[in-house]
Design a protein around this ligand. Structure first.
Ligand SMILES: [Fe+2]
Ligand SMILES: [Fe+2]
Length: 362
């Protein structure tokens, strides 16, 4: 079953509203007073809407993909398993288990990501599982993840068919206008609240808000100086990195841009600067020498070299080790690492564009 954009928006809007109602009653009942459960002004919780869309997309994909057939084909060629009769019931059970795992990953992943991001960036905690057992930080716990799984299954077998039957009964033009309007209002509400949260965060730290460009430059220089002056880091000036730029210049630019972004987002900018200046700390011309699969291996080489230069924090280690994601499979763990990863990609593209421009002009 292919799902259209309008159907996705319908699910998003409907379940953002339903999710808000669910949490409103649940939290108000527990605290014995009326509680707005969301971050936004309006009666919607987009995390529920996003989850609903992801559930339907994953279900559609699981149905259409041949993953199950591939697994069974493999099993049937395995010695000792040829005689197993993969009956319909057996297939359905496997399919159901795969689906549950996918639903669990989507709901728990989204819950962790949202909780972690808002806590780190704005120090806002929407929920606190510190009293629960089997939890990761205070953002997700086994008990609620199983509740989300039950909700996801209820969503698939009851709520989705009901919601789509309502959708198809309503006059298409009217429903189209309503869905798009509400989705736009949710988006505006989200942007408005994000701006408010960023402003509030800046007010908490006026030194950051009122910082002049020169002060910023001096602060950057202060942090980077001990590393910049280290002989191993200074050696990077000898190597061309992306044809024209030296590896030291590339690392400095990545460090500066990452610092500006991290500072604006009130993140650990010292770790960002230190991680970024060391992220490409390897001593060979990767175009003509060095190990095979340089793209995959140089983050670990850089990390080893960086460890000889200075003591590294967990964030700095993560920045260096994962700056080539998605080439290295594990995604960055901290927002600081994501910033350096994106800025590094941006600087690399920019440096190659400059090379192409030069070649073209010649
Ligand atoms: Fe790199
Ligand atoms: Fe780089």
């Amino acid at each position: 079953m292919q799902i259209t954009l309008l159907e996705m928006l319908w699910l998003f809007v409907l379940f953002s509203l339903s999710g808000w109602l669910l949490e409103f009653f649940f939290r108000s009942f527990r605290r014995k007073r009326l509680v707005n459960p969301g971050f936004l002004k309006g009666p919607w919780l987009p995390i529920y809407g996003i989850c609903a869309v992801l559930f339907v997309l994953s279900k559609t994909h699981l149905q259409e993909s041949y993953i199950l057939l591939k697994i069974l084909a493999y099993l049937s060629t395995t010695t000792g398993l040829e005689l197993i009769n993969f009956s319909d019931v057996y297939l359905q059970v496997i399919n159901f288990i795969i689906k549950c795992i996918v639903y669990l990953c989507i709901a728990t992943g989204l819950e962790f990501f949202t909780g972690y991001l808002f806590d780190r960036m704005f120090h806002i905690q929407f929920w606190d599982y510190s009293n629960e057992r089997y939890r990761i930080k205070n953002y997700v716990c086994l008990k609620y993840s199983l509740c989300w799984l039950a909700l996801a299954l209820g969503f698939e077998y009851i709520l989705t068919p009901v919601s789509f039957s309502v959708f198809y009964k309503l006059p298409s033009n009217v429903i189209k206008v309503i869905i798009i309007t509400v989705a736009e209002i949710i988006l505006i509400d989200f942007i408005y609240r994000m701006i408010q949260a960023i402003r509030a965060k800046r007010k908490e730290n006026p030194a950051v808000t009122n910082q002049q460009p020169m002060d910023r430059l001096l602060e950057f220089a202060d942090i980077i100086k001990p590393l910049y002056e280290h002989p191993d880091v200074a050696r990077l000036a000898k190597y061309k990195h992306h044809r024209e730029t030296s590896r030291l210049d590339h690392s400095m630019e990545v460090a500066w841009l990452s610092y500006v972004i991290a500072k604006k987002m009130s993140l650990d900018y010292q770790a960002v600067i230190r991680g970024a200046i060391l992220h490409d700390l390897f001593f060979y011309d990767w175009l003509s020498e060095g190990p095979r699969f340089h793209g995959l291996r140089h983050p670990r080489i850089s990390l080893k070299n960086a460890g000889k230069v200075t003591n590294l924090s967990n964030i700095e280690i993560d920045i260096i080790k994962k700056h080539m994601w998605p080439l290295t499979p594990m995604p960055p763990r901290y927002p600081e690492s994501w910033i350096v990863c994106f800025v590094d990609t941006y600087c690399t593209v920019k440096e190659y564009v400059l090379v192409l421009k030069k070649v073209y002009e010649e």
